[in-house]
Design a protein around this ligand. Sequence first.
Ligand code: ADP
Ligand code: C5P
Length: 245
Amino acid sequence: TVLKSHGRPPWYDEDGKAIHDAFVIGIAGGSASGKTHVARCIVQALGSIPTVVILSQDSFYKKHGPEDLKLAFQNRYDFDHPDAIDMPLFAACLADLKAGRQSNIPIYSFKDHNRLDETKYLYGAAIIIVEGILALHDPDLRDLYDLKIFVQCDSDLMLARRIRRDVTERGRSVDGILEQYLRYVKPAYDNFVQPTSRYANIIVPGSDNTVAIELIATHVRRKIEDRSRYLRQHLARIGPMDLDL
Ligand code: ADP
Ligand code: C5P
């Protein structure tokens, strides 16, 4: 059964445009610049809005065969090049979630260098935060964002944080981290990541960023309130609905 007004479900306006889309925030920045930290802080600052999800670019690394895996464990696989990411799948999952449709999101393991067998079932978030080094790189992804953020951090700070994190959380050695950093991470940052900062609406510092996060949360809260007001006005405007059985 679908409730219809003017031949359309009520969540489309008179021009046929969906009016209940999720608000989508894209956060890019170098590895260990603090993207996940910023995303989590935004979720915390939004507090009263229950349905916020964080979608990470890591989930969309392409599946690796045995040859790729061997290279990955030797730090000779380029995980920082845009070709390493399944961008069409990434954009399709995000488009589904944005439009309120369900999606099964792959889960990635940095220790195994591969996708796990299980997926994460997501559905019905009001706000979606997308984070990843190349989150602002793909034009199809960029089209889906309502707010684009770039986390700007000094390279030495990013490297120091990455060494600490990859040793403690991702099962890596310092030598391996440095080899991978010099061969792939640093060049990809200069060639593919940093240039996308020009697409950002807001540049957030990679440390001491509490004020920036509070300003972003205030902006998002206002946008969400505007949307619910618009939806209420729209429902009042279209009046009683037909039952389409
Ligand atoms: P990314 O998601 O960009 O790879 P993370 O958010 O995981 O980076 O941050 C990498 C490391 O830096 C983490 O250990 C985190 O605790 C630390 N970090 C990130 N942002 C800040 C900050 N604003 N102040 C202090 N430490 C931070
Ligand atoms: O969390 P962060 O944004 O740092 O994740 C991206 C980084 O993860 C990339 O710079 C890439 O080099 C690294 N990576 C890795 N091993 C993998 C997949 C990604 O070191 N298997």
